[in-house]
Design a protein around this ligand. Structure first.
Ligand code: FES
Length: 171
């Protein structure tokens, strides 16, 4: 973990400690606590799960087991560019899986993960309500319809070019 990420995580844990103080240590509070952390910090890190376990008098593996049971929780910080691939019925029929695989292969991460440089994260989502455009991928809140593997390449290349340009402008 680089220095910035470490500082961010420390600040997050500090905040979680004060949030936990507002919850009675009952197991029934587990899901509301995890939801609150996810809503505010967008993911659950290992140390956060350990803190929750200690607060509720449960084991870390029990907490992890519950958290991984629900799709709503993620365990990596979201990337700067968040990619959500729709796998609802219409998108699935029109090759949503192939689009997901293309992103996975290109970025070398799986759904729910973030690239080590924190530039990209991938998630699967259910129908986003644009079935006529299937298969669909939402990238940074923009709907990209009629996706194809070549479009995946183009999108990622566009972000890489943009990053290079920003880097050059800073020099
Ligand atoms: S199934 Fe993908 S937008 Fe509806």
């Amino acid at each position: 973990m680089d220095n910035t990420a470490e500082i961010e995580e420390e600040a997050m844990l500090h905040d979680i400690a004060s949030m936990l103080a507002t919850f009675v240590n009952e197991e029934s509070n587990l899901i509301p606590i995890l939801q609150m952390i996810q809503e505010k910090h967008h993911y659950l890190c290992v140390r956060a799960l350990q803190m929750v376990a200690k607060h509720l008098g449960m084991s870390s593996s029990e907490i992890y087991g519950v958290a991984t049971f629900y799709n709503q929780f993620r365990f990596y910080p979201p990337g700067k560019h968040q990619i959500k691939v729709c796998l609802g019925t219409a998108c699935h029929i029109r090759g949503g899986d192939i689009i997901l695989e293309s992103f996975e292969r290109k970025l070398e991460i799986k759904p729910g993960e973030t690239t080590p440089d924190r530039e990209f994260s991938i998630d699967r989502v259910a129908c986003v309500g644009c079935c006529a455009l299937a298969p669909v991928a939402i990238v940074n809140d923009t709907v990209n319809g009629h996706m194809a593997p070549s479009k995946v390449e183009g999108l990622i290349l566009g972000f890489e070019i943009e990053k290079e340009r920003e880097k050059r402008e800073k020099q």
